[in-house]
Ligand binder design. Structure first.
Ligand code: ATP
Ligand code: MG
Length: 224
C-alpha cells in the first residue's frame, strides 16, 4: 500500500516514547501535530528497551495496553507493538527503516518529538540517518526559542542548519525537513505521575481515566 506514484500521500506520524505511563502531554502533542501536519494516522510506538535512557520499570505489555486504552476512540491514532515485540534494544532508526520499507520511499513520515527529546537527539543511535528516513516535528513551548543562538548545541546544530526548517506550511517531502511548532505544552511528565501514584496521591486529569483504571487494576506504580 501507499506506493502508487503520482498521487499525493497523506503523511503519517510516528510518536515514540516509553509511555510509562502515557499521559495527556503525549496525546495532546500527537493531536496538535496531526492537525498541523494533516496526518492521516499517528502510530504510537512504545519502546521495548530504550537504549538511550534507563530501562522502564513497567513491563512492555502493560505499557502497550495503557497506550491502547488511551487512544481508544480516536480514529487517527494507532497502537504499534513492533518495538515491544523485539527482544533486542529498539532503536528509532531501525523502526523508521522498517516503516520506510513497508510504506515505500515516497510516503511522507513525521517523527513527533517534544523539544526535550529533540535536543537530546545527537545521543541517539545512528541519529543522522533519522533525517534520511523521516521529517521531524518538534513541539516547543511558547517563548522557548529553539533557533536562538546557543539554544541548540553541536553536533545537532550543524545537522539542523543543512535542513529545511519551517514553522508552518509543512512540506510534502518524504523525509529531511524539520518543523518547529510552538504549542502550549502541558506540564505533565510520566515521572511526576509515577511519584504521585507511589505516594497514593491522585493523578486524575493528568491522564485518561481508562489508563488510571488499568493502573489500579494491575497495581502498577504502587511504589517507586
Ligand atoms: P518520563 O518522565 O519517564 O521521562 P515523559 O512523560 O517525559 O516520561 P517520554 O516517554 O520520556 O515521556 O516522552 C516521549 C515523548 O513525549 C518525547 O518526545 C517527549 O518530548 C514527549 N513528551 C513528554 N511529555 C510531554 C508533554 N507534557 N508535552 C508534550 N510532549 C511531551
Ligand atoms: Mg521524558
Amino acid at each position: 500500500m501507499g506506493t502508487s506514484a503520482g498521487k499525493a500521500m497523506s503523511p503519517i506520524g510516528v510518536m515514540g516514547g516509553t509511555f510509562d505511563p502515557i499521559h495527556f502531554g503525549h496525546l495532546r502533542l500527537a493531536e496538535d501535530m496531526a492537525d498541523a501536519l494533516g496526518l492521516e494516522r499517528v502510530l504510537f510506538i512504545p519502546a521495548g528497551q530504550p537504549p538511550h535512557r534507563d530501562a522502564p520499570r513497567t513491563a512492555a505489555g502493560h505499557r502497550l495496553e495503557m497506550v491502547r486504552r488511551a487512544i481508544g476512540g480516536n480514529p487517527r491514532f494507532v497502537a504499534d507493538a513492533r518495538e515491544v515485540q523485539r527482544p533486542q534494544p529498539s532503536y528509532t532508526v531501525d523502526t523508521l527503516t522498517a516503516l520506510r520499507a513497508e510504506l515505500g520511499q515516497t510516503q511522507p513520515l513525521w517523527l513527533l518529538l517534544g523539544a526535550d527529546a529533540f535536543l537530546g537527539l545527537a545521543g541517539w543511535h545512528d541519529w543522522r540517518r533519522l533525517f534520511e528516513l523521516a521529517n521531524i516535528a518538534v513541539a516547543t513551548r511558547p517563548g522557548a526559542q529553539l533557533l536562538q543562538p546557543g539554544a541548540i548545541i553541536e553536533p545537532l546544530k550543524s545537522e539542523v542548519t543543512q535542513r529545511q526548517v519551517v514553522s508552518c506550511n509543512p512540506p510534502g517531502q518524504p523525509a529531511g525537513a524539520i518543523l518547529l511548532r510552538t504549542t502550549p505544552l502541558l506540564d505533565i511528565s510520566a515521572t511526576a505521575i509515577r511519584g504521585m501514584l507511589a505516594r497514593h496521591d491522585s493523578a486524575r486529569y493528568l491522564l485518561p481515566d481508562a489508563v488510571l483504571d488499568y493502573i489500579h487494576e494491575y497495581q502498577l506504580y504502587a511504589r517507586i
